[in-house]
Write a protein that binds this ligand. Structure first.
Ligand code: PMV
Length: 325
């Protein structure tokens, strides 16, 4: 029996979370850990050895039925995730991309996979599963790999790859998806992610920021500061200036804290890595979930995270995107 196998990486946001909701750019990097999917024909539909229940897996059934219009023999699907879930590392986007790639290879084995097509497909699957609202950040970063900038407009110094559009309950939205070509200096850099063990409730955190901006309009200037730091961080990344990237991460964390999205557990991990990292910040929606540090000696940072009660994950900077195995 022929088996199709694919892997798609997770991501972490380096700069611009929350500000991206207001049209500013966000910078995300693909990480080494991700989701592996294997599928093969079988006498019944199973997922992880259990009968497949499409209502419980809206991403997978959307991809099977509406994207591939799959009407072939039953499939046995196995999913292996190396990501903490509900932690802001993009595990559902990676699952969609890996399933899409594996199904593509199963149904059209002679055609190479198309990462942009997979990114678009997975973005729609995410939107379906989230009441029509999803930014393309997770899906595009997992599909393309490397370092991705998602923005309301094209950002100088980046390479435009595609535009993502979505009809949301609030109307038509469009994002420009761009890649940053990383210089070889970035090969010396490692990302060390620290999971607090607490889930990061993205919807609640985004709504909390919206409310705070309404109550305290002066917070608008923190949002503008995040946008400025993001652009400075991008310039530092393109120049391979690790120290400056780390400083921008520290600055971004301070602004996110002023927006009220940090938490005691995130603060504990960010503080613990301080002496050993080039920079550190919460990553993603906050309120729990993960922080990320930039380091030349990742092992020390991982140890500091463990001692402070977090779960570390070490990754190269900008892993490759979705691929067949
Ligand atoms: O879902 P997460 O934790 O990767 O973070 C989402 C990033 C936000 O900017 C907070 C929300 C968004 O839709 O971009």
């Amino acid at each position: 029996m022929v088996m199709a196998r694919a892997f798609a990486p997770g991501k972490c946001i380096l700069f611009g979370e929350h500000a991206v909701v207001y049209g500013h750019p966000a910078v995300a990097v693909a990480i080494d850990s991700g989701v592996e999917v294997s599928i093969e024909e079988s006498d019944r539909w199973t997922l992880e050895g259990l009968p497949f229940d499409s209502a419980r897996h809206p991403h997978i059934s959307h991809i099977l039925d509406e994207v591939f219009r799959y009407d072939g023999p039953s499939l046995r699907m196995e999913v292996n995730s190396g990501l903490f879930s509900a932690a802001g590392l993009g595990s559902s986007a990676a699952l969609s991309n890996a399933i899409g790639a594996a199904l593509h290879s199963h149904t059209k084995p002679s055609e190479p996979i198309d990462p942009v097509g997979l990114a678009r497909m997975s973005h729609l699957a995410e939107a379906r599963a989230q009441q029509g609202r999803a930014s393309p950040t997770d899906t595009a970063t997992s599909a393309l790999g490397g370092c991705v900038v998602v923005s309301g407009e094209h950002i100088e110094g980046t390479r435009h790859v595609f535009d993502a559009t979505l009809t949301t309950p609030e109307g038509e939205r469009e994002w420009s998806v761009n890649i940053v070509d990383l210089p070889s200096d970035m090969e010396e850099a490692w990302l060390v992610i620290g999971f607090t063990g607490e889930a990061s409730p993205t919807g609640k955190m985004v709504a909390g920021v919206a409310q705070r901006l309404k109550d305290e309009p002066q917070l608008e200037k923190e949002m503008d500061a995040i946008a400025r730091i993001t652009r400075a961080g991008l310039t530092a990344l393109s120049a391979g200036n690790l120290e400056a990237v780390g400083m921008a991460m520290d600055a971004c964390h301070q602004k996110l804290r002023l927006l009220g999205v940090s938490s005691p557990s995130l603060e504990a991990l960010v503080e613990a890595v301080g002496p050993h990292a080039l920079g550190a910040k919460l990553t993603g929606a906050g309120g729990g979930g993960c922080m990320v540090a930039l380091a030349r000696e990742p092992q020390r940072v991982a140890e500091a995270i463990e001692i402070a009660g977090g779960r570390p994950l070490i990754s190269r900077f900008g892993a490759s995107g979705v691929h067949l195995l």
